[in-house]
Design a binder for this molecule. Structure first.
Ligand SMILES: [Zn+2]
Length: 150
C-alpha cells in the first residue's frame, strides 16, 4: 500500500471519473510523486491484464442450471400484484362483514332488554316520585311475566 494520500484518487483518475480541475491537479502531482506514478503504472498493468485475459466458456450444463435457477425466482408481475390486491380486498370484505354482523347482533341484544332495566340504569331525577312508581310498576309487570304493554 502506498503512503501518499493522493493515491486514493488514482483509481478514479484511471477510470476517467475525476473532474477537470482534480484531474489536472493529480497530473501535476504525478510528475513529482514517484509513489503515485508507480501505483498508477501498476493499475494500468492490472487493467491491461484483465482486458486481455481469456474468459473461460461456461459449460452448457452449468448455463442450463443457471437459467433454471433464474426461472425459479419469484417475479413481481402484474398478475402477482393483482393477486395481492384481491387478497387485501377479500380481507377488508371479511372484516367488514364481521363488524356488520356484530353490530346487528348487538342491536338484537338491546331489543331484548326489558324497558325497566334501561330506565333503572339511565340517569334520572331522584325526586321524581311518579317516575319511581312507574319504574316499580314496570319491574313488577316484567317479573310477573307481563311485558308492560297493557
Ligand atoms: Zn503521491
Amino acid at each position: 500500500m502506498t503512503e501518499c494520500k493522493e493515491a486514493e484518487r488514482l483509481s478514479a483518475y484511471h477510470d476517467g471519473a475525476l473532474s477537470e480541475p482534480s484531474r489536472i491537479a493529480l497530473e501535476e502531482h504525478l510528475k513529482e510523486c514517484p509513489t503515485c506514478a508507480a501505483e498508477l503504472a501498476r493499475l494500468e498493468r492490472l487493467s491491461q491484464l484483465i482486458q486481455t485475459a481469456s474468459r473461460p466458456e461456461m459449460p452448457p450444463q452449468a448455463l442450463e442450471r443457471f437459467h433454471r435457477a433464474i426461472d425459479l425466482q419469484p417475479r413481481i408481475t402484474a398478475m402477482h400484484v393483482a393477486e395481492v390486491f384481491a387478497a387485501v380486498a377479500a380481507s377488508i370484505l371479511v372484516f367488514s362483514s364481521v363488524c356488520l354482523w356484530k353490530m346487528s347482533t348487538a342491536r338484537a341484544d338491546t331489543a331484548q332488554i326489558p324497558v325497566w332495566e334501561t330506565v333503572a340504569v339511565a340517569p334520572h331525577d331522584p325526586s321524581g316520585v311518579a317516575a319511581q312508581e312507574q319504574l316499580a310498576r314496570w319491574i313488577v309487570q316484567d317479573l310477573s311475566g307481563k311485558n308492560g304493554h297493557d
